[in-house]
Design a binder for this molecule. Structure first.
Ligand SMILES: Nc1ncnc2c1ncn2[C@@H]1O[C@H](COP(=O)(O)OP(=O)(O)OP(=O)(O)O)[C@@H](O)[C@H]1O
Length: 550
């Protein structure tokens, strides 16, 4: 064994008469030791990562000095834990836990011997696992390893049946190996620090790049979804985030606050932007038609189905399906939708085969769905399915900072459409708007501004007197009260005759639409504007309630 030779070379010297022979022999030994030392050093220098360096160093120490076992424990970057990779899960030693000997060793910074008897007295499970895995040797030598700057790197645990530690630790080869090991250990740490730093740098650059992309998209979105308030800025960031995912989005908010624009934004910034955006207004399509509209049908599937029709689900393949006013979807259809959302498969009415459609769902509602669930009008499981990414649009009265940019936006839109328009809006007019609470939200503001544009000479600023604030909803409260007394809206039941609130509300809505169309001589655009509704919604509602212009 090499260690024996090394020990012998130190313990014995040549006799006087044997000088030449022993001199030659010593020279030979020294050369062998030198070779061995160089071989060991070269092998250590070859290791290009810390785990293999420690493994090789432990094996070299075992072989070179005849140890029964050698363990290396590495101090982590925090300096709080020692890890012994060779021991697996049990090889973790908390440096603040003095029930194992390594904590004392780190504190004192000096090597020491530990006898088998002493090892029995330390009941730390990790340490006992190490002792067991070493076959309970008679003696341990605990050697702290430090870098040139004095920083502790870890600990070597040498195990032997012959506790002649001085004979080993005093050897130049032992000291040399330790010096080389600590040098290599430090350089491996430096390399891994650099790798780590490079990785962190790349990660933060990626992050910056992502953040820049999000910022650019938010800026772009701000040209259509206008507003400087924190609520609106946060909403735009959420839209961009939602667009980057495939999650179903549920947009909630009062009527006219911009839910439609949110859905458009999600589609526009998603990877489905090239695909279709299919919009379905669940409130505007009669319950009896909604299923066939969504699922499609075969020829002859029901009376009147004189040809096959592709459903909106199929049309949304590769794009986005926007289910507006989802709160109005009938319960029976809600269950079917839930099934579709689970598999993206559906069967058109009258068809034998199922179809597949790869669509991303965005749903919106102005009704608090929690109330609908409590009232048994909306399925809780569908609600969870829809609201994988919930978004809430604040009402305009909660974000007064948005009034001015919205006004300017609507004036710009008006001017672009009409070819001329006011210059802007006076601060007095803005002050007046700020005092109003906008039950119809941004849609109502747009109507007010557009009406004011019409009344304002080109190039002037909109003034307070042309703001028709009370005219749009003046009668709304009084109207509701009086209508229920059966005066203003013909065909309405009296309040105490109502036994189905939903049906009564729908009848009320239908009666108002009918009346308003009559007032405007059947002009849907004017009727829609006067009701603060988009033309499309009014058209859907006419279809739903079978209201004709006549
Ligand atoms: N932040 C905004 N920036 C620019 N225009 C807006 C904004 N919010 C709403 N609008 C405008 O107000 C009108 C109503 O918006 P939208 O249709 O998106 O509201 P909604 O919440 O979907 O309404 P509903 O509940 O009736 O479906 C549209 O003309 C829209 O362009």
């Amino acid at each position: 064994m090499y260690s024996q030779r090394v020990l012998e070379s130190r313990a014995t010297g040549p006799a006087v008469g044997e000088l030449n022979i022993s001199g030659n022999r010593n020279m030979g030994r020294m050369q062998t030791e030198l070779h061995t030392g160089i071989d060991l050093a070269v092998e250590l220098l070859r290791q290009d990562n810390l785990p293999t360096l420690l493994k090789v160093a432990s094996r070299q120490l075992e072989n070179t000095f005849g140890l029964t076992r050698c363990w290396s424990l590495e101090l982590d970057l925090s300096g709080r834990t020692l890890h012994c990779a060779a021991l697996g899960e049990q090889g973790e030693f908390d440096c603040g836990d003095f029930s194992h000997p390594f904590a004392h060793l780190l504190q004192q910074g000096k090597p020491r011997e530990l006898s088998r008897a002493a090892s029995y007295r330390l009941d730390h499970p990790g340490f006992q696992a190490l002792v067991d895995a070493s076959n309970r040797p008679r003696s341990f030598w605990l050697e702290p390893i430090k870098g040139e700057d004095g920083r502790t790197l870890g600990i070597l645990v040498l195990c032997n049946e012959e506790p002649e530690w001085d004979g080993i630790t005093a050897q130049p080869l032992y000291r040399g190996l330790l010096t080389l090991l600590s040098h290599q250990w430090v350089s491996q740490l430096k390399t891994s620090d650099q790798v780590w730093q490079r990785r962190m740098l790349k990660r933060s650059l990626d992050h910056l790049h992502d953040a820049e992309a999000v910022r650019q998209r938010c800026e772009e979105l701000a040209t259509t979804l206008v507003g400087n308030s924190k609520g609106m800025t946060d909403l735009r960031a959420q839209i961009v985030r939602a667009a980057g995912s495939q999650l179903s989005v549920l947009v909630q908010g009062e009527t006219g606050c911009g839910k439609d624009l949110v859905a458009q934004g999600i589609h526009r910034f998603s990877d489905r932007a090239e695909g279709p955006l299919v919009v379905v207004n669940c409130a505007a399509i009669p319950d009896s038609l909604l299923e066939s509209e969504l699922f499609g049908h075969t020829k002859g599937a029901f009376s009147g189905a004189d040809r096959a029709k592709e459903g909106l689900l199929a049309q949304a393949d590769g794009g986005t399906l926007f289910l507006d006013e989802i709160g109005d979807m009938p319960m029976a259809l809600q269950s079917k939708l839930l099934r579709v959302l689970e598999s993206r498969r559906f069967r058109p009415l009258g068809a034998q085969q199922e179809q597949h459609s790869d669509f991303r769902l965005v749903a919106a509602t102005h009704q608090p769905l929690s109330d609908c669930i409590e009232e048994g009008r909306f399925r809780r499981d569908l609600f969870y399915r829809l609201s994988q990414f919930p978004l809430r649009v604040k009402p305009l009265r909660e974000r007064p900072e948005d009034l001015e940019p919205l006004c300017r936006h609507f004036i710009r839109e008006y001017t672009a459409r009409e070819g001329a328009g006011p210059l802007g809006i006076s601060s007095h007019a803005l002050g007046m708007l700020a005092a109003y609470n906008f039950p119809g939200n941004a849609r109502e503001l747009r109507n007010i501004v557009e009406f004011a544009c019409l009344q304002t000479p080109v190039g002037d600023d909109i003034q307070p007197e042309v703001l028709r604030l009370d005219d749009l909803f003046p009668s709304q409260e009084t109207c509701v009260a009086s209508d229920f007394q059966g005066t203003a809206v013909p065909g309405m039941p009296l309040a105490d005759e109502v036994d189905d609130l939903r049906a009564a509300a729908q009848a009320f809505e239908a009666a108002i639409i009918r009346e308003r169309l009559r007032q405007y001589g059947g002009n849907r655009a004017q009727a829609a504007e006067s009701l603060g509704l988009p033309k499309r919604t009014l058209a859907h509602k006419c279809l739903k309630y079978q209201v004709t212009e006549a």
